[in-house]
Design a protein. Structure first.
Length: 276
């Protein structure tokens, strides 16, 4: 627990500093995080999915190409009428498929099943596209507006994780998705949702003077964040691994730590753009 707290505080502080810095620094940070997640994905599937050598190479190339998408998008010259909305929809689309596969896994089916032989394409979509939303969300609006929205989402996700942990320990009785993550409970999930909404309202009022928007982003974080965590639990259970990586003591890998943010940020961006 001690190492988990220390690692969380250190990593969280660095992440917030990079968020606030913005610009090319933030783009580079997001791209590096995407590469790190892609590497963890590559390592896990290369070891645990038996494919011919040529298929492994092909999957690796597709995964690498897809994980470059955040920086490609950041510097591309766009001619579409509303490129941000299009990009937000593209970032969210793979997560809709992940949600469908998650529901299948929760009811006894497989997470990827036959798609495991195409793990490069799945990883390219799951990592490359959603990560772009972190750059786009940071740039929404004017005069630092996007930064404030991104911070609301991040704080709400952290609140959901913390609230779920303590509520689950104190009140947890009913399994949430026993096949995927036996330790998670309905009571913990509700506690996490309540914490996310409260922090969302507070940060929404403080940062953008719109507590209602903060509440909505908190609801997204409180619902989609745990869904993202369960999705990766389904993948790891199917592969027979505990974590995708071990670079963060007490948390696993970068992909393990960012699963909730990956699942929430694209939809938060999409809702904010549609609401403008």
């Amino acid at each position: 627990m001690k190492s988990r707290i220390i690692t969380g505080l250190a990593a969280g502080s660095i992440f917030l500093l990079l968020c606030v810095t913005g610009g090319v620094v933030w783009i580079a940070a997001v791209q590096i995080l995407a590469f790190m997640c892609a590497y963890e994905w590559f390592t896990a599937y290369r070891k645990h999915v038996d494919l011919p050598g040529w298929a492994t190479v092909a999957n690796s190339i597709v995964l690498l190409a897809g994980s470059c998408y955040p920086s490609i998008l950041a510097f591309a010259e766009r001619t579409e009428r509303n490129p941000q909305l299009l990009d937000a929809a593209l970032a969210a689309a793979p997560l809709v498929l992940c949600l469908v596969l998650l529901i299948r896994a929760a009811f006894g089916g497989s997470a990827l099943g036959g798609l495991r032989s195409r793990w490069g394409a799945v990883g390219a979509l799951y990592i490359g596209l959603p990560f772009t939303s972190l750059i786009l969300l940071r740039n929404v609006g004017i005069a630092g507006e996007g930064l404030r929205y991104l911070l609301i989402v991040v704080f709400s996700i952290w609140a959901a994780d913390t609230g779920a942990y303590f509520a689950g320990r104190a009140l947890g009785r009913t399994p949430l998705a026993k096949r995927l993550s036996p330790a998670k409970t309905v009571e913990g999930a509700l506690g996490g949702l309540a914490a996310a909404v409260l922090i969302g309202a507070a940060t929404g009022a403080a940062l953008v003077h719109r507590p209602g928007v903060g509440v909505f982003l908190g609801v997204l974080a409180g619902l989609l964040g745990p869904a993202g965590d369960l999705w990766e639990s389904a993948l790891k259970r199917e592969l027979g691994i505990k974590d995708f990586g071990n670079i963060l003591p007490g948390h696993g890998g970068v992909l393990d730590r960012l699963d909730s943010l990956i699942a929430t940020a694209p939809f938060a961006l999409l809702v904010l753009l549609l609401h403008r």
